[in-house]
Design a protein around this ligand. Sequence first.
Ligand code: ATP
Ligand code: MG
Length: 725
Amino acid sequence: MTAATHSTLFPQVPETADAVLDGLDPEQREVALALSGPVCVLAGAGTGKTRAITHRIAYGVRAGILQPASVLAVTFTNRAAGEMRGRLRQLGAGGVQARTFHSAALRQLQFFWPKAVGGDMPRLLERKIQLVADAAARCRIRLDRNELRDVTSEIEWAKVTQTVPADYPAAVAKSVRDAPRDPAEISQIYALYEQLKRDRSVIDFEDVLLLTVGILQDRHDIAEQIRRQYQHFVVDEYQDVSPLQQRLLDLWLGDRDNLCVVGDASQTIYSFTGATPDHLLNFRDRHANATVVKLVRDYRSTPQVVHLANGLLSQARGRAAEHRLELISQRDPGPEPVYTEYADEPAEAEGTARRIRDLIAAGVPAGEIAVLYRINAQSEVYEQALADAGVPYQLRGAERFFERQEVREAGIALRGAARAGGNDSLLDDVEDLPAQVRAVLSTKGWTTKPPSGSGAVRDRWESLAALVRLAEDFARAKSGATLSDLVAELDERAAAQHAPTVQGVTLASLHAAKGLEWDAVFLVGLTEGMMPITYAKTDEQVEEERRLLYVGVTRARVHLSLSWALSRAPGGRASRRPSRFLKGLRPGSGSLGSVGVTGSGGIERGIAGGRRKPRGPVLCRVCGATLTEAGAMKLMRCEDCPSDMDEGLYERLRDWRSEQARELAQPAYCVFTDKTLMAIAERVPTTDGELSSIAGVGIRKLDRFGADVLAICAGGEGGAGGGEV
Ligand code: ATP
Ligand code: MG
């Protein structure tokens, strides 16, 4: 065994430059060795593109061919950039810059602003919408809230596609977009928005790239200074490069061609920002002497996952599809992908959480599991289900639901309205709770009709829409619930989800999952309307959705689960259909009704609640009323009925829980939630049977913690030794 092979088994710094190459296959090695001149790697998911370029840089640095400070590696997300820096350090090539286009540009802009423009760089604007509203008002154009959001999205689109205000109407006509207003009016508002930004000395997110490009174009001295510093450029995920990013790259390069790009046209998922795989696919047209390498061995996924990925792509249409690369798995066979149909969304979330718990019990680390969905607003129900199941999780690419700015603002507005009670004029004559919530949230930007298109504006709307749905579900479960009840429920959910970030299951949108991999991946919410998303209307937009699903499928190393729910809420009409993309792939597609549980590879029916205790009416043990609210059901009494809790016992249970959580390196709610501990302290169970009848104490928790808890209830201290009784 050479030192280098040894180094691939243990993350030690390879001893020599050649040792860096030992972890590569012949084609990847060709990439790593092509250190001068243009290089283009066209390859499918999991074939080691990112690995090849990381090793290429490391090899160049270790062999003394590349100066670390002269290399700029550009990746797609800050996280990917951080990961690449980590890998480079491990390979003995720290000191290489790995950044996103945006962060590289921002750094250069901050550095060169005093010289190029003079004075301090303007402040970065966090949100455009207020400035757009001001611009519209100055133009004497009245926009309702929907239109304001849609016009803001249009301005974002125009900026990323480098369309100046005067050209906007022509660009809209060419791109077959539905403009939310007369394009001439939007162009006018857009022009004034730009003017206001200058007057107020602020810049927006898109300006960072635009201004850097502008400065490099106009100031040859500055462009030269940057070119002297950076001699070699490497771009990962090049299929998603936007025209503006490409322009910046061209300016960085000047007349040199030391550029290495890698990408997979089948993973193009940012076309809505004007990105196009053409730059990748036409690389040879621009760089005739380019070394072009294709990788086909898939090192990431099992043959079962790869088979599904290939099948999904075989139905694809369009330019990217013409260049699709059939993947060949290098891994041992694994389990078949599992397809599960659930009756409703909460059942899907609970079923998913249950499967995740089983995987963790079977030895898959929580950090090697991901739940991926189409839009961030879908995260809430999974955050809740995982918290209920005691499984730690972390969100990627988005804040936790209750920490999102719009959700926090909405919470403040709801709390204010609840406090005002009947004295809030906004809520005059509005009795029904969901209607009240809709009225309050409409002051925060919620509207019945979703904004057209995607982007930040849409994300914000989706979060508010998720809150509206939550209110509807809550009102259904608890008749007569007031706004104050809802606020209390939201607080409780927020508290359960507020646990410190730990190594846990990843919750992420498909877009944020790009480039990453996990042992087990759950693709959830795969219904028509969500996948493809309703606003994907044209054939190209639908194809982009298919590619997004392909990105999701190819994130899995071994376990892959695909699921959907036939209705949104329990008891709702089963009006949803599974995603069209699964047709011909999932067993029995087309005649779903005839398929039952077929075991591995078949469609499983997720039973609402599964092994959960039956959902029969639960009565308050103090006043006998039927309980409908989750928290009350856990306590088995109305929350305002008097508690007969043994406070001392509750405190002892909490101390014990903290100790357990510390030992397990998990948040406390993963041991038991506050509600469950309270219920235990009220009922003081003496047997396993009594303990397991308490909501939140399943078989697993009974096995693990039952003896401790019963010992504490009997007056002992619990803990490993069982304590004194
Ligand atoms: P994506 O298209 O999803 O970005 P990719 O082509 O960039 O994928 P990588 O992330 O570089 O693929 O590699 C996928 C997995 O396969 C990683 O775990 C990587 O370490 C492993 N891998 C790649 N090449 C090899 C190799 N030659 N030997 C062993 N493992 C490899
Ligand atoms: Mg990659």
